[in-house]
Write a protein that binds this ligand. Structure first.
Ligand SMILES: [Zn+2]
Length: 328
């Protein structure tokens, strides 16, 4: 980030802008002490568009990215092909904080009530030191974080316990493997069914999955080879966190995008039953016939809806035809 002398732009006072990464700073030839032109569009974070070099006094200094982590002091490394510089510290508190926030987030383990603020307090009071510690948090300790914190503590304990039942893909997302978001996690959960299979998956096997590819496959391999990861998974299992993919229902969407209108009396189904079958296959039912109707299912003593369907040229099916359409 760039820290600016506060300036009013479009009604708000701006004192910081994003600098993205080192490449951006180099590209703009930005120095500490420079005068800059900034822009702010809507809710987007303000950005530097130009450096006013003619305003330079000679007092400006070059910025260089630190090569150690400002929080834990471990070497900070930029990997080839990446814009970001990362702390390599294994027990970096800043990384732990971010990992915890990610672990509890909605798309990951979805632990309602465990946001940044609470995580910071738990870390400060040393009530948690790592991810598995979430699962051994005590009610009294959580309650002590807030005034009249009993209700809050109960809700948080409930959502922590609930998260143990999460499907495998949410756990994979929560691990924060680089390049593995929720979409890739779903693919991995579907293929490997449980965490042990995924941990033991070979590079060749991983890279064969559509949408995974060599970089992601490498990242997954590296992650699961670390002692820390093995220990983490072991502790999560001990805590009772689910590590198995739930059975997927076989989804048959043969009626997707199709609208049915039911009319008259069917022999083997009530209207409700027939509607349920149509919806189960991804279709919709409507009570009025229009040009958008795909099928009119006409039983005995069908009335005006049948006539309307005939006039509009909508496909009319009888019960026998319907049975054929829903047979496997
Ligand atoms: Zn660090």
């Amino acid at each position: 980030m760039a820290i600016l002398e506060p300036v009013k732009v479009a009604g708000s006072t701006i004192s910081k802008t994003t600098l993205h990464n080192q490449d951006f700073i180099q590209e703009k030839e930005l120095k500490i002490g420079d005068t800059v032109v900034i822009q702010k569009a809507g809710d987007v974070i303000p950005e530097i568009v130009e450096v006013k070099k003619d305003k330079r006094t000679g007092e400006e200094t070059e910025f260089s990215m630190p090569n150690t982590c400002p929080v834990c002091g471990a070497p900070a490394v930029r990997e080839e092909g990446e814009a970001a510089i990362r702390c390599t510290g294994i027990e970096c508190p800043a990384k732990l904080f971010r990992n915890l926030v990610h672990f509890a987030s909605k798309e990951a383990m979805d632990i309602d009530g465990l946001g940044e603020n609470i995580i910071q307090q738990l870390l400060d009071k040393e009530l948690i030191k790592n991810i598995p510690d979430i699962y051994t948090l005590k009610f009294e300790d959580i309650a002590s974080l807030k005034k009249n914190g009993k209700k809050f503590a109960q809700n948080l304990v409930d959502s922590i316990n609930k998260s143990k039942e999460n499907d495998l893909y949410k756990l994979i997302t929560a691990l924060g493997i680089r390049h593995v978001g929720s979409k890739a996690s779903k693919l991995l959960a579907r293929k490997y069914k449980n965490i042990d299979n995924l941990m033991n998956a070979e590079y060749d096997d991983l890279s064969m999955i559509n949408d995974i590819g060599p970089i992601v496959a490498n990242s997954i391999r590296e992650f699961f080879l670390q002692d820390q990861t093995i220990d983490l998974i072991q502790k999560l299992k001990q805590a009772g966190v689910n590590t198995i993919a739930k059975e997927e229902e076989n989804i048959d969407n043969r009626f997707e995008g199709k609208t049915f209108v039911l009319t008259g009396t069917l022999e083997d189904y009530t209207r409700g039953e027939a509607s349920n079958i149509i919806e189960k296959f991804g279709g919709k039912t409507s009570s009025t016939v229009s040009k958008k109707t795909d099928y009119v299912l006409a039983g005995e003593e069908a009335g005006s809806k049948l006539t309307k369907a005939q006039n509009l040229g909508v496909t009319i099916i009888n019960e026998e035809q319907f049975k054929q359409m829903i047979s496997l």
